[in-house]
Design a protein around this ligand. Structure first.
Ligand code: NAP
Length: 745
């Protein structure tokens, strides 16, 4: 099994992943490695020639995926065909893979370790080897490179033969070392280590895990290599993870968003991806399901945001003067491109945010609808004619674009939060400078690529990616005299900072801030429907939704029944990678988010709450030893109003059940916070429905329903949950200003 799995190895600079022919091998099987948090350093592939690939057992779909991936990243590698598998050359499929590899500019080498060195160190090149090389010559038309193995000696006669036959010999030996024993894994590995460090070695990143010796040899050698890579600070992914999460993603991108340079995710200035920040700094983007790095982005700073502002300012007159219909056509095209590329966009989203693929797809479709909606609304930016009180005057109100708008968005809806803003801003003729969340910039960049394809002119959208300089970039956007408005979605704390920073330039502010949604279940409610709605709202995106239920107020007479039905359903949840088919709920975004949820649950449990399900998070299990940022879905009962969950947004998969006795009490509890984004309640009493809906201090109320978001309805909060509305007709208000024209006649 191990032997099969370790064939065809791809080694990546100081990290490695191996491509299995059939089923993926789990390199974390070893107890010592099992719990290490993982990351892979696939970005090392961007260094040309930094790694080599071994074709071993023959072609597989993964080989094509790898080739697709390399194509996207513009990286060339050396592919070695194992001398043992010369017979595969007669396999037409394999020949086709080799040919494709060569045609795409990679180097083809022949790789042998048995025939000329280890097994028969003094014999001539074997006939098998010759057959392999002849076959390769036939397929690609040139002699392959011969890789001299990093152990033992290739016999002088073999080297002679290679030289005579036009081979370039890549010498992986650093020096002549004492070969002690074929099963001396340590020294074998040492050879690889030295080879890796040898600047003269042609493929610096090559570590071959394939080994045709005993299974134990391969395994031992593999573990040593893994330990070495880990000791260098690199982290490792399993084969399945790499391929499922990354190569597969990349190859699908290749088909559709091929121009998006995901090899070095970038900022987006003047319709071009800028792969390097002026500072030279980059920041990491992680797969929350594995805690592993998936890409890095340039860490831009004030200089770049100023550049984006100036580009947006320059683009403003032309974009603003386009007819509404012209802008509408571009938005409509952008909408269509989103749908055409929906699966790729969803994969990127799942990749960086962690939500299950189906949910990610839902977000992409929801997000696209804002482009569709605002493409239509662009044509309805009506003004007014006011009946004049004076005979000799005419009074007209027109609506004009606000100007350059600074857009700052969170990671929990990395796509929809942007389209909700872009759609409205662009429809009315504004231009935009964007700072996406540091955790999820890739979705934003993918959207920009599609926007470019839809025909957005230069400078209309600029994207500044940053992590280290977020505060400075935000401050600059707020204080810039060339920026007329800020549209922010995120936490209340940051919203307040932006509001203060924008005071001096008196900017228009659109703030979609935090929530702490109440969900009231009256005694006359349809309990089944209420449970389903509570679960949908509470656990979608693993509770990381601004309109997520945070406080469940259930009438005391039905508390037990409600709690039990909820427990039964939540107990069936399946947490895992968003790419896994069986996953119903994904991870949280970061370890800090896990710790926050843990704190809230611990606080509740210490003060008398009971866990109906979940709540069994083991904090002793340190962050470093866990893989991914998961918190078990939890339902708590016997909650009290002084507990943290009652007063702070938990933003995680935890439902706390409180009780109440009267309608007045329920309303008072629901309103007992400074937040006022969304609120929900269930009741069959029509009069009560009107009463409660009107009394809830929130921007949005779900009555007998919790799926309230829609592009056609105004989204936004009251109190400290924000200012302004997004989506709907009202969404345009945030990006326009009224101009009154008095015309004397
Ligand atoms: P956050 O910490 O406020 O971050 C949101 C965005 O603001 C990110 O791009 C972040 O950049 C940036 N940011 C942070 N500090 C900043 C500063 N000093 N100046 C300028 N920008 C700054 O919120 P989050 O944790 O990402 O998102 C969760 C919050 O968003 C929750 O409270 C949730 O309720 C709220 N939310 C509200 C809505 C709504 O429609 N009302 C929708 C979704 C989410 P970095 O990533 O680089 O830190």
């Amino acid at each position: 099994m191990i032997r099969t799995c370790l064939t065809a190895a791809v080694a990546v600079a100081l990290g490695l992943l191996s491509i299995a022919h059939s089923s993926p091998v789990n390199i974390f099987e070893k107890p010592t490695l099992q719990k290490r948090s993982s990351a892979h350093i696939i970005r090392e592939c961007t260094v040309p020639g930094s790694f080599a690939v071994t074709f071993d057992d023959g072609p597989s779909a993964w080989t094509h995926e790898l080739l697709d991936y390399l194509k996207i990243r513009g990286t060339k590698a050396t592919f070695f065909v194992n001398g043992l598998n010369y017979n595969l050359i007669t396999d037409p499929e394999f020949s086709a893979v080799v040919k494709r590899t060569f045609d795409e500019g990679h180097q083809i080498g022949s790789h042998t370790w048995g025939h000329m060195s280890l097994a028969q160190p003094t014999t001539d090149v074997s006939s098998q080897m010759r057959q392999l090389d002849d076959a390769l010559l036939k397929i690609i038309g040139v002699r392959p490179v011969y890789m001299r193995p990093p152990y033992g000696e290739t016999s002088p006669s073999a080297l002679q033969w290679l030289g005579d036959n036009g081979y370039k010999v890549v010498n992986w030996n650093v020096d002549s070392r004492d070969w002690q024993h074929p099963l001396d894994f340590k020294s074998d590995f040492e050879g690889y280590r030295l080879a890796l460090q040898n600047p003269a070695a042609s493929s610096k990143g090559y570590i071959s895990l394939q080994h045709d010796a005993e299974q134990a040899t391969a395994e031992a050698f593999g573990m040593l290599a893994i330990e070495y890579v880990l000791s260098k600070g690199a982290k490792i992914m399993t084969v399945g993870e790499c391929l499922n999460a990354n190569l597969r993603l990349m190859s699908s991108l290749n088909n559709t968003i091929g121009n998006l340079e995901l090899k070095d995710p970038a900022g987006f200035l003047n319709n071009k991806f800028v792969t390097n920040a002026r500072s030279g700094q980059r920041f990491s983007i992680f797969d929350p399901a594995r805690g592993s790095e998936i890409a890095t982005c340039p860490d831009m700073n004030v200089e770049e945001v100023e550049e984006a502002i100036q580009a947006a300012k320059k683009a403003l007159p032309e974009w603003g003067q386009k007819t509404a219909r012209e802008r509408s056509v571009i938005l409509r095209k952008w909408y269509e491109l989103m749908l055409e590329n929906e699966m790729d966009l969803a994969k990127i989203l799942t990749w960086e945010n962690g939500k299950p693929l189906a949910e990610a797809l839902g977000e992409i479709r929801y997000g696209a609808q804002f482009f569709e909606w605002f493409a239509e609304e662009a044509k309805r930016l009506y003004g007014e004619i006011i009946p004049s009180p004076a005979q000799n005057q005419r009074m007209i109100v027109i609506r004009q674009p606000l100007g350059v708008v600074g857009v700052i968005t969170p990671w929990n809806f990395p796509s929809a939060m942007l389209t909700r803003k872009f759609g409205a801003a662009l429809a009315v003729g504004c231009t935009v400078v964007t700072k996406p969340a540091a955790e999820t910039p890739l979705s934003c960049l993918a959207l920009c690529e599609l926007g470019r394809r839809a025909g957005l002119p230069e400078g209309v959208i600029g994207v500044v990616t940053t992590h280290a300089h977020t505060k400075a970039v935000g401050k600059h956007l707020c204080e810039s005299r060339d920026v007329s408005g800020i549209s922010f979605t995120g936490s209340t704390a940051v919203g307040k900072i932006l509001l203060k920073q924008s005071a001096d330039t008196v900017k228009k502010m659109s703030l979609e801030l935090g929530g702490n949604a109440p969900f009231i279940v009256f005694e006359d409610a349809d309990i089944d429907k209420a449970v389903d709605a509570a679960i949908l709202s509470k656990f979608r995106n693993s509770g990381q939704t601004c309109i997520s239920v945070n406080r469940l107020y259930v009438h005391s007479s039905i508390k037990d029944e409600f709690g039990e039905r909820m427990r039964a359903k939540v107990a069936k949840f399946n947490m895992g990678s968003g790419f896994d088919k069986g996953t119903t709920h994904g991870p949280l975004i970061t370890e800090a988010a896990v710790q926050k949820v843990h704190l809230h649950v611990e606080d509740a449990l210490k003060q008398g709450a009971k866990a109906l399900v979940g709540g069994d998070f083991d904090d002793k299990d340190s962050a470093a030893s866990r893989i991914g940022y998961f918190y078990p879905p939890t339902v708590l009962t016997d909650m009290k109003n002084h507990m943290r969950i009652a007063n702070e947004e938990t933003f995680g998969p935890v439902a706390g059940i409180f009780t109440f006795e009267t309608e007045e009490e329920a309303i008072e509890l629901a309103n007992s916070t400074r937040m006022g984004l969304a609120g929900y309640f269930f009741s069959k009493d029509m009069s009560r429905c009107w009463r409660v809906a009107e009394k809830m201090q929130v921007g949005m109320v779900g009555v007998n329903n919790s799926a309230i978001s829609s592009e056609v309805a105004p989204f936004g909060g009251v109190k400290e949950s924000g200012l302004g509305r997004e989506g709907a007709r009202q969404g345009l208000e945030e990006y326009t200003q009224y101009k009154y024209i008095n015309m004397g006649i």
